[in-house]
Design a protein around this ligand. Structure first.
Ligand SMILES: Cc1cc2nc3c(=O)[nH]c(=O)nc-3n(C[C@H](O)[C@H](O)[C@H](O)COP(=O)(O)O)c2cc1C
Length: 184
């Protein structure tokens, strides 16, 4: 890959909210998960766990999310979310471990975020979009139990949906000078 290709990959990747229904090839997702792990990782703790969800687990999370939404925002909103979540083609949950050493926990979280980005960029290079989502359901320990994770040991870094984009949004970033401090 040339430098130009890499810059284009980094800037063109977008969070995808609407997917086409086709499922990307399983082999590509496996490769993305393999490559996700080749990120900087202090102490080489390899903290990530990837839960690649089948239809049963997806449905269980959708049901849990709807039950929570009915309480929080009412039946109509819950059903809208059910429909939109049922349309997400692929689902992966990434978790990181709790640690009594909060510095280590933070560093492990950082590596898991890098892993998600590796995965997202590799998939984007194959025209597959990802949405990293978080919210009340990903904060709920019950969600972890539903997918066979241990809420005593680990927490959710992100719920990732993936698939072929139906629509690619535009994005902007602030000018670099607003966030860059040149220290003499
Ligand atoms: C930790 C994390 C959590 C996120 N959670 C959500 C979310 O719950 N809903 C959502 O629409 N986007 C979520 N996003 C995606 C951001 O909204 C998105 O990255 C941002 O709008 C910039 O767009 P881009 O990824 O296309 O550059 C999340 C991103 C991160 C890193």
């Amino acid at each position: 890959m040339t430098e130009i290709d890499l810059a284009e990959l980094l800037t063109s990747r977008r969070t995808i909210h609407q997917f086409r229904p086709e499922h990307p090839p399983v082999e590509l997702i496996e490769q993305a998960l393999e490559l996700a792990r080749w990120v900087p990782n202090h102490k080489k703790t390899e903290p990530w766990r990837f839960y690649w969800l089948g239809p049963e687990a997806q449905q269980a999370i959708i049901d849990l999310n709807c039950a929570m939404l009915v309480e929080m925002k009412g039946e109509k909103r819950a059903q809208e979310k059910r429909k939109s979540w049922e349309e997400k083609p692929g689902w992966i949950v990434v978790t990181a471990p709790y640690n009594e050493d909060l510095f280590r926990q933070q560093e492990d979280y950082a590596s898991c975020c890098c892993a998600i980005q590796n995965l997202s960029l590799f998939l984007w290079a194959h025209d597959i979009g990802v949405k990293w989502t978080s919210g009340p359901v990903t904060e709920n320990p019950q969600m972890l139990s539903l997918i066979g994770a241990d809420p005593e040991r680990e927490y959710c870094v992100g719920l990732l949906w993936y698939g072929y984009p139906d629509f690619v949004p535009q994005q902007t970033r602030k000018p670099l000078n607003e966030v860059l401090v040149r220290v003499p």
